[in-house]
Design a protein around this ligand. Structure first.
Ligand code: SAH
Length: 395
């Protein structure tokens, strides 16, 4: 046994034996050694059988599992996990590829590193801790990351102020753990370039998870007039332009996002008159949009971050999709998404179904979309599947 041990109640080890990486506080019988939030603890069954090692935390999820064997959480552990994550990205052609240098290297539970996210933009890694355990380990993780990526990695920016549960305890820690580029850099995805501002931007600076859905959009954009709603830094817009859209209008309520979108479109298509961008609220914009668009993208922020606001979130998706479906031109396409983890695929589809029924239009589902290979879902942790999308054809 280690310094800090957690003993589960009888029969509460079952989900762990199926490799689920969370232990809820209600499953705990006793805690030995007074662990503090973020400490590494060992977990034992009621009969004192060893089960797992994990990060202790205060809240309904009490432990996030790092390993199901009795290994020390040391430099070799971090390097091993990061190497496995890197090997997966190489196996699917995302790391070290010619046409792109943007990918998610670590996707929390999907890479057996609960509470940790690392996105790669060219020579910079942006690292985000969602647990105090990962926060405490950040320097060790940074060193292991450099070991695994070698010369390909020059900067590590740590950005966790908005994602850590106990901000007060950890203080203001955002900043470089390695190197120190300016506050933005250029990266590439499928041959298209864009600026990323990891310091001031949302999340790690770019929505890496929409890569393949943007590619699909590019295939359908030819001769269409496109409305990219909730455009953020313009990802879908520059793909639509390369795909041969006649018009691309980007809308986001954030003026900063609109500036970035304009800059990114200019970077790829200098002086192209097909693009315009508007800093406006989605609903207000849709109200006066008429039926001039025959391809629309709806990629709103998560409407529900917690289960208790689920009903409102589903209403929100229904209203938004109804507003778009009622206005889209005949023979139009709608790419509609939800990134709320607490909204299931079925619930989202039901919300879009209700929206379609409300408009009375004939609607078919052409594609059901999800997150790409660098956002893997741990098969023992289905909660990791969060991005849902539908491509609809509207007669
Ligand atoms: N599609 C984007 C990511 C969208 S993130 C991409 O591919 O990168 C969600 C965006 O919605 C954010 O940029 C946020 O500023 C914007 N947003 C939030 N509420 C909004 C509203 N009511 N109207 C318009 N945009 C909104």
């Amino acid at each position: 046994m280690s310094d800090c041990n957690v003993i589960l109640k009888p029969k509460k080890e079952e989900s762990l034996l199926r490799f689920h990486p969370w232990i809820f506080s209600g499953a705990i019988h006793a805690v030995e050694g007074n662990p503090q939030e973020g400490d590494v603890v060992e977990v034992y069954a009621a009969d004192r059988r060893f089960l797992a090692t994990g990060h202790y935390q205060i809240g309904s999820i009490a432990i996030r599992i790092l390993s199901f064997s009795q290994t020390p959480i040391d430099d070799a552990f971090w390097a091993g996990r990061l190497r496995a994550a890197y090997t997966l990205r190489r196996a699917v052609g995302l790391a070290g590829g010619e046409s792109g240098n943007t990918y998610r290297l670590v996707h929390g539970e999907g890479d057996n590193l609960p509470g940790l996210v690392i996105d790669i933009y060219a020579e910079t890694a942006v690292m985000q801790a969602h647990s105090v355990g990962m926060h405490h380990a950040r320097h060790q993780i940074a060193a292991a990351l450099k070991t695994v990526l070698g010369e390909a990695l020059q900067h590590i920016y740590y950005k966790s102020e908005a994602t850590l549960p106990y901000k007060a305890d950890t203080g203001k820690e955002d900043g470089y753990l390695l190197g120190g580029a300016g506050d933005e850099d250029m990266a590439m995805e499928n041959g298209l370039r864009f600026y990323v501002d990891w310091q001031k931007g949302q999340k790690t600076g770019f929505f890496v998870d929409q890569r393949e859905n943007r590619s699909l959009l590019e295939r359908y954009a030819r001769n269409r007039s496109v409305l990219n709603m909730f455009c953020y830094t313009g990802g879908f817009s520059f793909y639509a332009m390369r795909g041969g859209a006649t018009v691309v209008h980007s809308v986001d309520s954030s003026a900063k996002a609109i500036l970035m979108t304009k800059k990114n479109v200019e970077l790829n298509f200098p002086g192209d008159p097909r693009h315009e961008a508007f800093a406006e609220d989605a609903f207000k914009y849709l109200e006066k949009a008429g039926n001039r668009y025959d391809l629309m993208i709806l990629d709103p922020p998560a409407f529900a971050k917690h289960k208790n606001v689920l009903r409102n979130a589903l209403q929100g998706y229904r209203k938004l999709n109804a507003a778009a479906l009622s206005r889209i031109g005949r023979g139009g396409l709608l790419f509609t998404f939800s990134c709320s983890q607490v909204v299931s695929k079925e619930q989202f589809r039901l919300a879009v179904f209700s929206a379609a029924a409300q408009t009375g239009r004939q609607v078919s589902i052409l594609h059901q979309l999800t997150q790409p290979a660098d956002h893997p879902v741990n098969i023992y942790h289905p909660e990791g599947e969060y991005l849902k999308g539908l491509v609809l054809y509207v007669e």
